[in-house]
Design a binder for this molecule. Structure first.
Ligand code: NCD
Length: 328
């Protein structure tokens, strides 16, 4: 990244728009070149993060609000850090959302955003579609930081960045997503992102946690479903384990966490059998459920690299949607 883009001031008004999207609502509909462009930009920002001074004035003058209506630790901190590293002005809004209904809260909040002349809204909300609703109420750029069980696009992008660190060409790579697919926004964003990049995706979990016909979600690309962990891991390059979303289950969809671990948990025996397998997890991990504790700490588990990559990817998304050009 040259001095002009990193040291100049990028404003929403005068910067050219280079992506075919004004907002990041989900990875559905994002093309391979668009995703590759975000990843390339993220790699450049990652270099910035390894310098002694990890701050660039790229988004000076741009105001970002982080609207978190749902509990979050790493995603919220990651966005805040990305904004600070880019010198944006940031405001945090953590809604309690108790007595007011969600629709009303969001509409009221949107009115306030309009009144405060905010440029970018990062929103996490328990209701699928909340970020899309916001785009109809405000002029600001909207970034989805997770909407219910729908999408979590920056997680999908940071997962892709982590995969490309090990496999620069994702096309033809075999990635298995294992766990609670039904309730996972991470699974959906990865499904769109990975297939757009040409990966072969296998979804694995108990039948009660995989929606029937999920293969049909993607228009093209290779997606298969299995209910056997060995089938998912055999010949697989990356196993992405997902958290059992206990707060979203509502009813018992498998006998017990212990039995889940026995049938779908990744254990040391799997790392020994599948010698090149990389293990990912978006966090937070239920140790001993999706992954055995020693797998979490194993060198082939790249969970902390995912966290590091999260900041760089969010910097790239904020920069590009604020009108930046990667090699300007
Ligand atoms: C994920 C989320 O919130 O959707 N976590 C995250 O963003 N780091 C996955 C999860 O909660 O299991």
């Amino acid at each position: 990244m040259s001095s002009e883009s990193t040291q100049g001031t990028t404003t929403l008004q005068d910067a050219p728009v280079i992506l075919g999207h004004r907002h990041l609502l989900g990875l559905r509909g994002w093309s391979r070149p668009e995703i590759a462009h975000v990843l390339a930009t993220a790699r450049e920002f990652r270099d910035v993060l390894s310098r002694p001074i990890r701050r660039v004035p790229t988004l000076r003058g741009v105001t970002v609000v982080n609207l978190f209506f749902e509990a979050s630790t790493r995603t919220r901190i990651s966005f805040e850090l990305a904004e600070k590293r880019l010198s944006a002005d940031t405001v945090n809004f953590t809604a309690s959302g108790s007595s007011v209904s969600k629709g009303e809260t969001l509409k009221d909040t949107a009115r306030n955003i309009e009144a405060m002349k905010i440029d970018v809204v990062v929103i996490r909300h328990a209701s699928p579609g909340a970020p899309h609703f916001l785009t109809r109420c405000v002029d600001a750029v909207v970034i989805n930081a997770g909407d219910g069980a729908h999408e979590h696009p920056t997680q999908g992008l940071l997962d892709l960045l982590t995969i490309t660190d090990h496999f620069p060409e994702v096309r033809g790579r075999r990635i298995s997503i294992i766990g609670d697919i039904t309730h996972s926004r991470v699974a959906r964003s990865n499904l769109y992102g990975l297939t757009a990049m040409g990966a072969e995706v296998t979804l694995c979990g108990p039948p009660t946690l995989i929606p029937p016909g999920i293969e049909g979600l993607v228009e093209s690309g290779s997606v298969r479903v299995t209910h056997r962990l060995d089938e998912a891991l055999d010949g697989c390059d990356v196993a992405m384990a997902l958290r059992i979303q206990l707060e979203r289950l509502g009813r018992q969809l498998f006998p017990s966490l212990r039995e889940y671990h026995e049938r779908f948990g990744i254990r040391m025996e799997h790392l020994e059998r599948y010698k090149d397998l990389l293990v990912m997890h978006p966090g937070p991990v239920n140790r001993g459920v999706e992954l055995a504790g020693d797998v979490v700490d194993h060198e082939r588990a790249v969970i902390l690299d995912q966290v590091t990559n999260g900041v760089a990817v969010r910097m790239a998304v904020l920069f590009l949607l604020s009108g930046g050009t990667a090699e300007a």
